[in-house]
Design a protein around this ligand. Sequence first.
Ligand SMILES: Nc1nc2c(ncn2[C@@H]2O[C@H](COP(=O)(O)OP(=O)(O)OP(=O)(O)O)[C@@H](O)[C@H]2O)c(=O)[nH]1
Length: 447
Amino acid sequence: MAMLGNLGENLTKTMKKLVGMSVIDKKTIKEVVKEIQRALIQSDVNIALVLDLSKKIESRALEEEPPKGITPREYVITIIYEEMVNLLGGDAAGLDIDVKPYKILFLGLQGSGKTTTIGKLCRYLQKKGFNPAVVCTDTWRPAAYEQLRQLTEEMQVPLYGDPDNKDALDLAQKGLKEFKNRKVIIFDTAGRHKQEEDLIAEMDTLDDIIQPTESILVIDGTIGQQAGEQAKAFSQATDVGSIIITKLDGSAKGGGAMSAVAETGAPIKFVGTGERIDDFELFDPERFISRLLGMGDIQSLIEKAEDNIDEDMAEKTMKNMMSGKFTLVDMKNQFEMMNSMGPMQQVLSMIPGLGNKVSKEASKMTEDKIEGYKIIMSSMTQKEMENPKLIKQSRIKRIAMGSGVEEAEVRDLLKYYNNTKKTMKGIGKRGRFGNGSMNRMMGHFMK
Ligand SMILES: Nc1nc2c(ncn2[C@@H]2O[C@H](COP(=O)(O)OP(=O)(O)OP(=O)(O)O)[C@@H](O)[C@H]2O)c(=O)[nH]1
């Protein structure tokens, strides 16, 4: 992948080396981490971020036990992947077009690739079945309207603009009226030179008139970690701000731009990867990192690892349940497992012999309720989770305050916990599930 200059190439090389190593030990792990460090620093990723990342990779790789069925080598790859994904902010954000019209205000310094990117986003939206329209409010650069006109005409995207009108606010208002029945309206604004304040000031003015659903700042990826400053100023000025980073093709500093923006917490929604209209993609850190590491099948590896972690957890939880050592920690694990398996009642009803007792109890557990319980549990201390008997009145009060619920809801959770514990213990005593058959069954359901 010709992306981010040599970064992809260097990382892919390192991963290949890791795959080929005959032993995975402290020395080889350190070697791999060093190479990753070097590649990231070359790509202008902030030194402190790089050191933090390499420390995490190294200590996890040296300390964590690979889950069953995963080789140490595979696990090191998984760790590198996970930590790199975290560096870029985790999940893909995308556009959630849930109101009509969905008004997008585009901002960016001159030459950032703003106009080109508007064209790319239009094409992207068309492919998704939306019919976007564009309003040109750029009154500074005479060629801007013409550039947009050519771009939109090719794609048959309606454009509103008037090169003779020098009033950006008036243009915005008229454009709004013209396209009020459209699903998506994109507003192009005048690019600015260097000052970030100017950019923000312009957004403020246009913001009042347009009241955008989302403001998007276009940042040139070749400026490296400086991109962080721009993103920060922007996200402080707006609460609906997202970022598109352009020119990641061949840019030696793109890694720095991406990690610096991610660090500010502003979501990167798309990236530009070339001059052509289709050189544009939804930014998904997981996919992006898989490609950067040159590991197409990394996702299946991750799933395998997660499956096995789940299975380990299921086994432990089940054992605790049957022996009566069922704590709130186990209950929380149980909820997590339910999430990945489907509604609780359905799952439990599939287990022969579990009887109506549990099913009836479980049927009262809606997803909302489980979510609520999870929130309450996150306000408990580890000690309380491990030893729920500790939770008396004063603690109930504190937990209710901490999680923003009524005390009655905390009591309700404790009651549910006690009932489940009793039922589970009863079943365990009757010995219906000897020889780990229950564990096997749970393991089976996890898949
Ligand atoms: N290689 C590469 N070039 C890009 C990318 N996106 C935009 N460009 C180029 O960057 C240059 C500037 O793009 P424009 O879209 O004109 O920039 P702008 O931000 O709208 O500029 P103003 O209208 O002056 O504010 C053009 O030559 C584009 O072809 C990208 O993802 N990769």
